[in-house]
Ligand binder design. Structure first.
Ligand SMILES: [Zn+2]
Ligand SMILES: [Zn+2]
Length: 327
């Protein structure tokens, strides 16, 4: 594909769309989007499809394990957004294949080094990758070096690897593959100690029975490895367990979120909202009035989740607070 074709593609991808504060210029950001799209278009070789392979957990492509920026899929195929995740890294560190596969693209697109590896139905894409040591058609193992993480073409404030996950022309969340299945919950050693099972003020019903498997507070995210506020409480319960409204209110949100998964948010008036996330089914619609105890959905493990549980959130005037203060 020549420069003019890439240019036309850049036009189609709305290169004038504004970037968020703190990001690289719209032009550079767009070039990366184009690079991703070009690498997609150049893929022609489906390797021996192996259904089991699709379910494989990906290994991290860098030694550093930190997510600088999450997936942010646009509403339309060509809209502005972020079609992958940015993983923080050190300049020059080795970029490794996340799973066994076949290299279907290795080259430079609009000045950015890009490698694509096909794993059967899905593909992983890596950029910017310099000093590439693989070529199209090469079989690679999990963890095998593809090249070095380049500073040029990185669209983070510091150096990062943009990792994409593609199924056909659809962009999926790479974090669902990275670390899912390691059923590990790390509680941050600097965070608050696990709360004793004392009752809160009783103003809310507990939306599901079951133990608190991860309390509200600072922790290391079990999937992304990033230290941040755990903005709710995890209640362990089997998938399919009915989830009940904690209090009377109105359904103000019902969505499929990349991180929270399927979630419902209720507004209870006076600035209080409750959120029910990682659901596998909805039982209410937006605008619906519910009573305390009304079934709003079922426990699931959608979004960034390591297993069946309810991540229950309470917000007061837009700020997350510890739900256990109320149940
Ligand atoms: Zn990115
Ligand atoms: Zn949680």
């Amino acid at each position: 594909m020549g420069a003019s074709a890439a240019g036309r593609l850049a036009e189609r991808m709305h290169c004038s769309s504004p970037s968020s504060p703190g990001q690289a210029s719209p032009v550079r950001r767009c070039l990366l989007l184009v690079a991703t799209a070009v690498s997609l278009l150049l893929v022609t070789v489906p390797s021996a499809a192996d259904g089991a392979e699709q379910d494989a957990v990906w290994s991290w492509p860098l030694d550093t394990r930190a997510v600088a920026r999450d997936l942010d899929l646009p509403a339309s195929r060509y809209g502005a957004g972020h079609r992958g995740v940015d993983l923080s890294g050190a300049p020059g560190e080795t970029v490794r294949a996340v799973a066994p596969g076949t290299v279907t693209f290795a080259g430079t697109v609009a000045g950015v080094g890009v490698v694509t590896v096909s794993h059967g139905a899905e593909r992983s894409t890596y950029q910017p990758v310099e000093d590439r040591v693989v070529a199209v058609g090469d079989a690679v193992d999990r963890g095998q070096g593809l090249g070095r993480l380049g500073p040029a073409g990185s669209h983070c404030a510091t150096v990062c690897l943009h990792l994409g996950r593609l199924l056909g022309e659809d962009y999926l969340d790479p974090l669902e593959r990275l670390g899912r299945g390691q059923r590990v919950r790390l509680v941050d050693p600097d965070g608050p100690p696990p709360r004793p099972a004392t009752a809160g003020d009783g103003s809310f019903l507990r939306p599901v029975g079951g133990p608190v498997t991860s309390p509200f507070g600072m922790r290391v995210h079990p999937v992304t490895g990033v230290r941040k506020l755990h903005d709710g409480v995890d209640l362990g319960a089997p998938c399919g367990t009915p989830v009940q409204a904690a209090a009377a209110g109105t359904v103000v949100l019902r969505e499929r979120h990349p991180a929270y998964g399927w979630r419902v948010v209720l507004d209870h008036g006076d600035g209080t909202r409750t959120g029910y996330t990682h659901l596998q089914a909805f039982a209410v619609v937006v605008g619906q009035r519910v009573e305390a105890g009304t079934r709003i959905g079922s426990v699931g493990t959608t979004g960034l989740s390591t297993g069946c549980h309810l991540h229950f959130m309470v917000e007061r005037d837009g700020a997350p607070v510890d739900p256990m203060l109320f149940v």
